[in-house]
Design a protein around this ligand. Structure first.
Ligand code: TXA
Ligand code: MG
Length: 323
């Protein structure tokens, strides 16, 4: 079993020691939990890929404390990057920029670019400061499964990871992953919508390219089926959902939006109408529905596609995409 540790100074020291030995440490961030490794150590990064069952062609995000560290890992860092970093870092924005030669190719999956993010979670920042170098960290789930938003989710995901440290930073405040923004195209292009909204980015930069449907093939890791529960899941408009529920001849769970209620579903998980609160609870809801032992999960499709809802819509589409 992994070891869930409270975020004390002693735990941080143990985590730094483990990272220096090339081991993996599970870390809290404000978006989702990550599996962190020394970004400059090729064997350590390989261990992360192996542990997740992640295809070697899907690059990792490198976590830094801020711009000075980011600049060291980037071959080019322009004014727009500075502007974005000063507005959204530390936070849920990942910038894809040309990589410096010092970044191991295994991290970037052989790409000429590197994805950089300065996370806001105080425990992760303490760890980055104590470690003194960049940490490569994908979400702490098996490849294509639902991302974890609590320490217990991580432990459930990797029960066989004996003695792996999980730093417990509490439930993730944002609850869905960072926005991945490709800075090497003109205009910059959102590869994955996330915690920082496209509207916010457009306010800062002017033109930003984004399409909820088209972006799916572009970011190497954003295969259509991703963030997915193991139980067959469907995304349905409110009325369709109620019709399906009324005629269902199987045991099913429902994830809906207040004030919707779905008769016959067990469990019925009702999420808040506020998108920030919805996002913070979504992955836990998917996990609970998945663990309920039902034959199907029916999910109410949110009506709104703006702001944080577009990232939520993206995750719901992937969670319910055909296998
Ligand atoms: O919020 C987050 O971003 C979390 C926390 C732990 O920081 N991390 C996360 O990592 O979601 P991961 O590995 O699950 O997703 C990283 C995404 C993938 O879609 C990957 O393809 C993309 O970022 N990515 C990484 N490097 C890239 C690159 N050089 N070019 C394009 N996309 C890249
Ligand atoms: Mg992931």
């Amino acid at each position: 079993m992994p070891r869930i540790l409270p975020p004390t100074d002693h735990s941080i020291t143990l985590a730094v020691d483990a990272l220096r030995r090339g081991e993996i440490v599970a870390v809290p961030t404000e978006t989702v939990y990550g599996l962190a490794a020394d970004a400059m150590s090729e064997p350590a990064v390989r261990r992360v890929f192996a542990m997740k069952g992640r295809p070697a062609n899907n690059p990792l995000i490198v976590h830094v404390l801020g711009v000075p560290q980011a600049r060291e890992l980037a071959a080019a860092w322009d004014e727009r990057c500075d502007q974005l970093a000063s507005t959204y870092w530390p936070g849920a924005l990942t910038l894809v920029v040309p990589k410096a030669p010092s970044v191991p190719d295994v991290v970037t999956a052989g790409h000429a670019t590197v994805a950089l993010r300065a996370p806001a979670h105080p425990v992760m920042r303490e760890l980055l400061a104590a470690f003194g170098g960049p940490l490569a960290a994908p979400s702490a789930n098996r490849s294509a499964h639902v991302s974890p938003t609590t320490a217990a989710h991580v432990a459930a995901e990797f029960p066989g990871a004996d003695d792996m440290i999980i730093l417990d930073g509490g439930p993730c405040a944002i609850g869905i992953e960072s926005t991945v923004l490709d800075m090497t195209t003109s205009p910059p292009r959102v590869l994955r919508p996330g915690g920082v909204t496209v509207e916010q980015l457009r306010e800062t930069l002017g033109d930003v390219e984004f399409s909820l449907a088209r972006e799916q093939a572009r970011s190497p890791g954003t295969s259509p089926r991703h963030y997915a529960p193991r139980t067959p899941s469907e995304l349905l408009d409110h009325d369709e959902l109620q019709r399906r529920a009324a005629g269902a001849g199987e045991r099913f769970a429902a994830i809906c939006i207040a004030p919707t209620y779905v008769r016959g579903a067990e469990p019925v998980i009702v999420l808040p109408r506020d998108p920030a609160k919805y996002a913070a609870m979504l992955y836990d809801a998917l996990r609970r529905a998945d663990e309920a032992g039902v034959e199907r999960i029916l999910i109410e499709r949110p009506v709104d596609r703006t702001g944080l809802w577009s990232a939520i819509q993206d995750r719901l589409l992937r969670a319910t995409a055909a296998r």
